[in-house]
Design a protein around this ligand. Structure first.
Ligand SMILES: [Fe+2]
Ligand SMILES: [Fe+2]
Length: 285
């Protein structure tokens, strides 16, 4: 039975539309020393959905622009390169987070704000840890897409919702990941990683997604550690984590791995994550 579910889950991965080439092309252009913003505009404009998302996100108060922006080129003039990269990834991700995830108890706004907040906190941690800009880009991708596996698994968590609820009631100390394994034989990190591998993302990005709930794996790469920590902090803020939002705790190993000592930094990340997520919510909800 579980094997059948598993086969169907991985078949479903094949039905998810591939990550748009536009995003890869835009990120490639943004790697150049002298970014050609006209070319960047042309590339992004070739996808009207991504363009609309970009303009919506850029006009969120979270980016603090002095005026309403109605053209991509104008937006590029106001933004730093990292902000442009962040918004490119977010604009594409928005295409996938487009409906409620009922099995996870998440509305479309919940999962979207959760993903963006995770990206925002992850950027700050990556910056503090001293990541170079190129590596910060990978953090955006991994953190904004860390829960992408939920869009595949939602159908099955929804079908098995009674079983999930029964186990959750019996095992109050379990988190949702443990229940996913027991009922479905897989978790959303693993499914998300599989999806990203199919989309030909670099291994270190799919690994971070794979590892974001695995307390051992998350220690094996600094990108994975940041994504995992950022996800826990986003959940701690109660932002779009769904049914088990408060069940994830920060481990000392994780903090040690990122050289984070004392609670001050954690407060800083929580504070700015909360502030920016409220600004985003004002625009989107
Ligand atoms: Fe997750
Ligand atoms: Fe998450």
């Amino acid at each position: 039975m579980k094997r059948q579910i598993l086969e169907r889950i991985f078949d479903k991965v094949d039905t998810i539309p591939t990550f748009p080439k536009v995003a890869f092309q835009a990120l490639e252009l943004l790697k150049k020393e002298d970014v050609d913003f006209r070319e960047l505009e042309r590339v992004i404009k070739s996808d009207p959905g991504i363009t609309a998302n970009f303009l919506k996100i850029v006009n969120s108060p979270a980016f603090g622009l002095p005026q309403k922006i109605d053209s991509l080129f104008k937006a590029f003039m106001f933004l730093g390169l990292n902000q442009i990269k962040f918004i490119v990834v977010a604009s594409v991700a928005k295409k996938y987070f487009s409906k409620d995830l009922i099995g996870y108890g998440l509305s479309v706004e919940d999962i979207w704000i959760h993903s963006l907040t995770c990206g925002i906190i992850a950027e700050e941690i990556a910056f503090d840890v001293g990541f170079p800009p190129q590596k910060i880009e990978t953090v955006y991708i991994a953190s904004i897409l860390h829960d992408i596996g939920k869009i595949v698994l939602d159908l099955y968590t929804k079908l098995e919702i009674k079983e999930f609820q029964k186990i959750a009631k019996e095992r109050m100390d379990w988190d949702f990941i443990q229940v996913e394994w027991l009922v479905l034989g897989v978790d959303h990190g693993l499914v998300g990683a599989h999806l990203l591998e199919k989309w030909e993302f670099p291994k270190y990005i799919s690994f971070a997604v794979r590892a974001h709930h695995d307390s051992d794996l998350m220690l094996q790469s600094d990108i994975a550690s940041i994504v995992a920590l950022s996800n826990i902090l986003t959940n701690t803020l109660g932002i779009g984590g769904g049914v088990d939002v408060f069940n994830y705790k920060v481990s000392e190993n994780l903090l040690r791995n990122l050289n984070i000592t004392g609670p001050e930094k954690i407060y800083k990340y929580l504070k700015s994550g909360l502030y920016k997520s409220l600004l985003i919510q004002r625009e989107f909800v």
